[in-house]
Write a protein that binds this ligand. Structure first.
Ligand code: ZN
Length: 150
């Protein structure tokens, strides 16, 4: 099913020639335009997983990247620590309750590299069109939301 969904995204990308195709992460998460490229995923435990991928969206085990996750929940900002798990970096604690708030992902390629920040609107309900969670939606109408944070 995953490959089928991905094929549809590719086809949609070809049909709209001017708009940049919005690629989805290979594990159903949101693809961040970071270097190295990374996929943002909320797992069933509500923990954030950051998985690094190459240009073919093939999983590349994390190696020396530094990731910071900040949940801007209504109850207050909190920083979540990450730990390596099966090649990914996974937060040690679940995201604060609820959704609709912003999760800031800060990625450094190495410990002393410049941080790259991404603001992900945490919308966990599934999209009716692409069936991905809204935060990872690849539908055309979401293209304008895919920008970088400051
Ligand atoms: Zn969608």
């Amino acid at each position: 099913m995953k490959w089928y969904g991905y094929a549809l995204v590719l086809v949609a990308g070809l049909e709209v020639a001017q708009a940049a195709p919005l690629a989805g992460g290979p594990s159903g998460g949101r693809l961040l335009d970071s270097s190295p490229r990374a996929e943002f995923l909320v797992n069933p435990e509500r923990k954030v997983e950051i998985r690094f991928v190459d240009e073919h969206l093939k999983l590349v085990p994390a190696a020396g990247q530094v990731v910071g996750i900040i949940a801007e929940a209504p109850a207050g900002k909190s920083r979540l620590d990450v730990e390596p798990r099966e090649g990914a970096l996974v937060t040690t604690t679940p995201l604060p309750e609820g959704d609709g708030y912003t999760v800031v992902v800060q990625i450094r390629a190495t410990a002393d590299a410049k941080p790259q920040n991404f603001r992900v609107p945490l919308q966990l309900e599934p999209c009716g069109d692409c069936q991905r969670a809204e935060y990872a939606c690849t539908c055309e109408s979401h293209a304008e939301d895919a920008g970088h944070g400051p």
